[in-house]
Design a protein around this ligand. Structure first.
Ligand code: ZN
Length: 282
């Protein structure tokens, strides 16, 4: 692909230990429930992690982080790398977690669902900041509140961007990327997604990853990509090949997350940003 050398040169900066540290702390909140105190604390902590990364990287471009407020307690979080040309490409992952049986107070570590996706886009952001990657097309990293409540956080943001006439060129959603049963493939949802954009990401996998790819169907609007599809923005949903069977329980813990697999998704995120964001300098 066009910027493969640029993308591959960034890969050695990807740190599994930094991702382990993040998931350890993110899954230590009692839960990240959308309408409770630890739901808010976890999103505030994420903001501080991003702000620290921007500050410490001495990023040569324009990087900003903000919260997106909703009608409930937990905020969504958006970090933007400003480009010089019109258009916007998005990477998204939901930050909330849920104990399906116990709700607001139940323990929900949400390590695979979805600290794994959250850390994958965060780590991609961090290595891009460290490299001093300034895009031509603006790039946003978005962490959504309240996915587990019917895609409500991403739904609010997609609606807001649609109302403002934002030129969203593509949205890639990471939700559950860490569970590994030995299938070394990225699984692409073929429903509620854009076939052309998905096909482009298969080519990114072929060019950049050690993993291969496969297809699957959710059968319904199963995660935040569907919020963007609803407004006719091209979206894609690459995920772990077999979903973790104990999601939404106390058993969704870090020992079920394979960080070498998460690393493959970080590479997919970096490849996506480099190829569609296009380096303005390096
Ligand atoms: Zn999820």
């Amino acid at each position: 692909m066009k910027y493969e050398a640029v993308g591959r040169a960034i890969f050695p900066r990807i740190s599994n230990s930094r991702m382990v540290e993040f998931v350890t702390r993110f899954s230590a909140f009692n839960n990240r429930y959308y309408n409770g105190p630890t739901g808010l604390e976890s999103s505030n902590w994420l903001v501080s992690q991003i702000q620290d990364s921007i500050t410490q990287s001495k990023y040569p471009g324009n990087a900003t982080v903000r919260t997106f407020r909703h009608t409930w307690v937990q905020n969504s979080v958006i970090c933007r790398l400003q480009g010089s040309q019109p258009g916007l490409i998005i990477l998204g992952a939901h930050l909330d977690s849920l104990n399906g049986a116990l709700g607001a107070t139940g323990r929900a570590p949400g390590a695979d669902d979805n600290a794994s996706g959250s850390v994958a886009i965060l780590e991609a952001l961090r290595v891009l900041l460290e490299t001093g990657f300034v895009p031509t097309i603006s790039v946003e990293f978005q962490w959504y509140a309240a996915e587990e409540q019917g895609l409500r956080g991403s739904g609010d943001i997609a609606q807001d961007y649609y109302n403002k006439g934002e030129d969203v060129m593509s949205m890639m959603n990471f939700d559950v990327v860490g569970y590994n049963t030995g299938i070394t493939k990225v699984a692409f949802a073929i429903d509620n997604t854009d076939s052309g954009f998905t096909q482009f990401l298969r080519l990114v996998v072929d060019a950049y990853l050690d993993y291969g790819w496969m297809n699957f169907s959710c059968g319904y609007a199963c995660s935040d990509h569907a919020s963007w599809t609803k407004f006719r923005y091209p979206s894609a949903f690459p995920a772990e090949a077999k979903f973790f069977p104990d999601m939404h329980t106390v058993r969704d813990t870090i020992d079920n997350v394979d960080f070498n697999q998460v690393r493959e998704f970080v590479k997919l995120a970096v490849g996506y940003v480099v190829e569609l964001g296009e380096p303005a300098s390096l």
